[in-house]
Design a binder for this molecule. Structure first.
Ligand SMILES: CC(=O)SCCNC(=O)CCNC(=O)[C@H](O)C(C)(C)COP(=O)(O)OP(=O)(O)OC[C@H]1O[C@@H](n2cnc3c(N)ncnc32)[C@H](O)[C@@H]1OP(=O)(O)O
Length: 498
C-alpha cells in the first residue's frame, strides 16, 4: 500500500493540489501497479474533500474503488460521514495501539475505546464502507504494554474488519525487534491480514520491512521517495528493489522501469528535492566518479551490481572531475561520438583534473570546449555565436533584452521582454529560432552556485539542464555575473543542438 498522498503529505511543507493527487493516484495504480493507495486523512479540509472526491469518482469508473483508502478517526462517525460524501469505500481507522497513547491522549479505558471502535466499524458496515484498523504507536505498545496490544488484537479478531495495520509510528524499531514482534503476532493470529507501516527515524525502515516480510507480514506501507512525517516512511523504490533481489519468496508486480518517472513527478509537485545520493532515484546513484571504477566497467563490468540503472529507466553516467581517469573521459567522449589519441586524452584528462581541483563542475557537454582549448585544435566549431546583447533591468519596468546572434554567416537581431533578465534573453532567442522555424530545447533546471567560502565578487557557475527531443543534457557557464554565466551556458547549448 502506498501512502504518499496521506503520510507522504505529512512531510513538513508539502501539500498536494487536488489535480496533483489525482495524477499521482493514477500513476501509482495504473503505471506502477501498486495494489492499494491511502490518499488522505478524513475531515482535514475542503480542499482535501474535493481531492478525495476527484479520485473516488475516477476510481469508481475504473473499478478500483476498493483499492482507495482514507485515514479516519474514532470520532463517533464524523469521518464516516465525510468519507461517504466523498465517495470513499475503505477506511483506515486510527486507534490507539499503546496504553500510553490511550491513557494520555484519548484519556479512555481499553473497554471504552473498544466499544467506540466497535460502533464505528458497525456504522461503516451499514454505510457500505470497509474497515482496516491502524494501531497507532503499536511498536511502543509491544515494548511497554504488550498485554494491552494482545487484548486489543483479541477484540479486533471478533470484528468484521479486513486488515490490521501495524505502524512503527515513531520509527523506534530495529530489525530484530520488527521480526520478533511481527512473528509473535502472526503466530497468534495466522488468519488475519496484517500490514506493516515503517518509519525511517533510524534509517532502518527498509531493513525493518525485510524482517517484517521474513516474519510473515501480509502487506507493507511505503511512500514515493520515502516521504512522510519526520524522517519519512519506507521508500517505495528501495523496498521494491530489495524485495525483487533478496526475497524471492515474495512476488510483487510493481513496474520497476516506471519508478524513476513517478519519483521525479512527486519531486516536481512537492518541490521536495530528492537527495542526489538517494538509492535508485537520486541523481548520482548510477554515476561512476572514480577513475578506477570507470576503468573496471570496461573490464568485465567489474564495478556493476544487480542494481543496473536500466532496470529503473535510468542510465549509467561517468562524472568528470579531479577523481577522473582516462576511462571516465573516454566514456563521455564515446557518448558525444568523439575520439582522441592517447596523448591528447592525457592532456584533456589533466585539464579536467585541474578544473576539478578548483571545485568547478565539468559536464559532458563542456568536453568539446575543453578539448578545443587544451589542444588548440578545431575539433569543436562554434556554428552559432552570441555576438552582442543589451540586458535592461530597472525598477518599475519589465526586464528587456536586445540580442544579436550570429547564425553561420548571417546576423540576426531581436528584442523581447521577460520576467527576469535571463527570461527576456531566452524570449529574444526564441523569437530568432521561431523565425528560422527551429525549436529550442526545454529548460528544466537552472542551478547557480559560487565556490564554497567565496565572497560576492566570486566567479559564479550556472548549470542549466535542457531537454531536446526527449534527451536530457546539461551545459555550464562560468562568469562573475550569474546572467552572463547563464548566457554562456546557453550558447553552448545552441552549439550542442546545432
Ligand atoms: C498514523 C499517523 O500518522 S497519525 C496522523 C493523523 N493525521 C492527522 O493528524 C492529520 C489530520 N488531522 C487533523 O486535521 C486534525 O488534527 C483533526 C481534524 C483530526 C482534529 O483537529 P482538532 O479538533 O483541531 O484537534 P487537534 O488536532 O488539536 O488534536 C487532536 C484531537 O484528536 C484526538 N485524537 C487523537 N487520536 C485520535 C484518534 N485516533 N481518534 C480520534 N481522536 C483522536 C486528540 O485527543 C485531540 O482531541 P482533544 O482536542 O479533545 O484533546
Amino acid at each position: 500500500m502506498d501512502t504518499t498522498l496521506r503520510d507522504g503529505e505529512q512531510t513538513s511543507g508539502v501539500s498536494f493540489s487536488a489535480a496533483e493527487k489525482l495524477t499521482i493516484a493514477q500513476l501509482l495504480l495504473e503505471e506502477l501497479n501498486i495494489d492499494r493507495i491511502e490518499i488522505a486523512s478524513a475531515r482535514v479540509s475542503e480542499g482535501e474533500f474535493q481531492a478525495v472526491k476527484g479520485i473516488t469518482s475516477w476510481a469508481e469508473e475504473r473499478g478500483y474503488i476498493n483499492r482507495i483508502e482514507v485515514l479516519s478517526f474514532v470520532d463517533g462517525g464524523v469521518s464516516i460521514d465525510w468519507m461517504k460524501k466523498a465517495g470513499a469505500k475503505v477506511q483506515n481507522l486510527l486507534t490507539k495501539g499503546s496504553m500510553n497513547h490511550l491513557t494520555h491522549q484519548l484519556k479512555k479505558t481499553p473497554e471504552q475505546h473498544f466499544s467506540e471502535i466497535a460502533q464505528i466499524i458497525a456504522l461503516a458496515k451499514e454505510n457500505n464502507i470497509e474497515t482496516n484498523v491502524y494501531l497507532e504507536d503499536w511498536s511502543n505498545g509491544m515494548r511497554n504494554s504488550p498485554e494491552y496490544v494482545f487484548q486489543f488484537l483479541d477484540f479486533l479478531s471478533t470484528q468484521p474488519i479486513k486488515r490490521i495495520l501495524l505502524p512503527d509510528t515513531l520509527g523506534v524499531l530495529i530489525p530484530s525487534l520488527a521480526f520478533e514482534f511481527i512473528s509473535k503476532i502472526r503466530a497468534k493470529y495466522p488468519n488475519i491480514h496484517f500490514d506493516f507501516h515503517a518509519h525511517n527515524d533510524y534509517d532502518l525502515s527498509v531493513a525493518n520491512v525485510m524482517e517484517a516480510i521474513k516474519a510473515g507480514i501480509n502487506g507493507l506501507h511505503v511512500t514515493v521517495n520515502g516521504m512522510g512525517e519526520r524522517a519519512g516512511n519506507a521508500p517505495l523504490e528501495s523496498t521494491v528493489a530489495v524485495i525483487n533481489d533478496y526475497l524471492p519468496e515474495v512476488s510483487i508486480n510493481i513496474k520497476e522501469t516506471s519508478l524513476y518517472t513517478v519519483s521525479k513527478l512527486v519531486e516536481t509537485f512537492t518541490g521536495y528535492r530528492i537527495p542526489a545520493n538517494k538509492p535508485i532515484v537520486g541523481d548520482n546513484v548510477f554515476t561512476q566518479t572514480a577513475g578506477i571504477h570507470a576503468d573496471g566497467d570496461n573490464k568485465n563490468n567489474l564495478y556493476f551490481n544487480d542494481l543496473l540503472p536500466e532496470r529503473f529507466g535510468r542510465k549509467r553516467k561517468y562524472a568528470l572531475g579531479k577523481t577522473s581517469g582516462k576511462a571516465n573521459i573516454e566514456k563521455n567522449l564515446q557518448e558525444l561520438g568523439l575520439k582522441l589519441n592517447q596523448e591528447d586524452l592525457k592532456l584533456v584528462t589533466q585539464r579536467i583534473i585541474e578544473l576539478g581541483d578548483k571545485k568547478e563542475t565539468v559536464t559532458k557537454e563542456d568536453l568539446p570546449y575543453i578539448i578545443s582549448d587544451v589542444l588548440d585544435s578545431h575539433t569543436y566549431e562554434e556554428k552559432i555565436k552570441i555576438e552582442s546583447y543589451i540586458l535592461v533591468h530597472s525598477k518599475g519596468m519589465r526586464p528587456s533584452t536586445t540580442l544579436c546572434l550570429k547564425f553561420g554567416s548571417e546576423i540576426i537581431e531581436e528584442n523581447a521582454q521577460g520576467d527576469g533578465q535571463f527570461d527576456a534573453f531566452m524570449n529574444a532567442l526564441s523569437k530568432i529560432y521561431k523565425s528560422k522555424k527551429l525549436t529550442l530545447p526545454k529548460l528544466i533546471d537552472y542551478a547557480v552556485r559560487i565556490p564554497p567560502g567565496s565572497s560576492s565578487d566570486a566567479l559564479c557557475e550556472t548549470i542549466i539542464t535542457w531537454v531536446n527531443n526527449g534527451k536530457e543534457f546539461k551545459t555550464r557557464g562560468l562568469d562573475s555575473d550569474q546572467t552572463v554565466a547563464a548566457i554562456i551556458a546557453t550558447q553552448k547549448m545552441l552549439n550542442v543542438i546545432a
